[in-house]
Design a protein around this ligand. Structure first.
Ligand SMILES: Nc1nc2c(ncn2[C@@H]2O[C@H](COP(=O)(O)OP(=O)(O)OP(=O)(O)O)[C@@H](O)[C@H]2O)c(=O)[nH]1
Ligand SMILES: [Zn+2]
Length: 207
């Protein structure tokens, strides 16, 4: 595991994004891949590519190095607000664990506090931490829900993710316009009326 670059306890800033040892090792593998696909890794356009890809992978998969529970715990405030809090249209960029190709779209997250609220940005950070790992969309949806439910202990959590999968667009079945929607709910959101209010609010566009 990489060593921390900062002592911050918010669970995200301690990520050591560009770990030299793993970049070197990854670069060696990408150089071999370039050769196997019939390229010349020494030609001008490619000679830095293995390192660039290694850094890109470290960036895209940085979520393994962050602790989402710590992120939420770093900004929890006692507050008596007991209505729905929704953070919607959180853009996600994740990587399909079957093909190592991106899937991307939006996450909508809601919770109903039970005496404790969290910083709004922390919700988006939690989404990012789980998205920046190898994933399937269903697990990503569940992990976000479970993390918020178990850490904040609200009256309920709702998560909806809408995403396009490049493995279904650029290759394989090649369906360019298909969108996958996943959702998961706990507690108060199991009540149909509450869930409908959430769905209505995430579907409404501000003018
Ligand atoms: N449920 C789920 N499936 C996913 C996700 N991302 C990719 N997949 C699917 O994972 C499946 C892997 O199926 P396989 O038959 O083992 O792989 P494949 O031969 O490459 O399949 P095709 O994509 O159909 O060509 C495919 O159906 C993908 O569409 C995801 O987030 N959730
Ligand atoms: Zn895939």
């Amino acid at each position: 595991m990489c060593s921390p670059i900062s002592d911050s306890s918010n669970g995200y800033e301690r990520i050591d994004l560009f770990n030299e040892e793993s970049i070197k090792e990854l670069s060696g593998h990408y150089e071999k891949i370039l050769k196997i696909i019939g390229e010349d890794p020494t030609r001008e356009g490619l000679n830095k590519t293995p390192e660039r890809v290694a850094k890109a992978m470290q960036f895209l998969l940085q979520g393994y190095q962050a602790d989402p529970v710590e992120i939420l715990q770093s900004a929890m405030f006692k507050e008596d607000y007991r209505q729905m809090v929704i953070v919607k249209d959180i853009e996600i960029y994740s990587m399909c664990e079957h093909h190592l190709l991106p899937f991307f779209g939006k996450a909508h997250v809601a919770y109903i506090p039970n005496g404790t609220i969290t910083g709004l940005s922390k919700i988006a950070r939690v989404v990012d931490v789980f998205a920046r790992r190898l994933q399937v969309q269903e697990r990503l949806t569940m992990q976000i829900k479970e993390c918020i439910q178990n850490t904040l202990k609200p009256l309920g959590v709702a998560v909806v993710i809408e995403a396009q999968h490049l493995c279904m667009q650029m290759r394989g079945i090649q369906k360019q316009h298909s969108i996958t929607t996943t959702s998961d709910f706990t507690g108060a959101f199991e009540k149909v009326a509450t869930r409908e209010e959430f769905i209505k609010l995430i579907s409404t566009k501000l003018s």
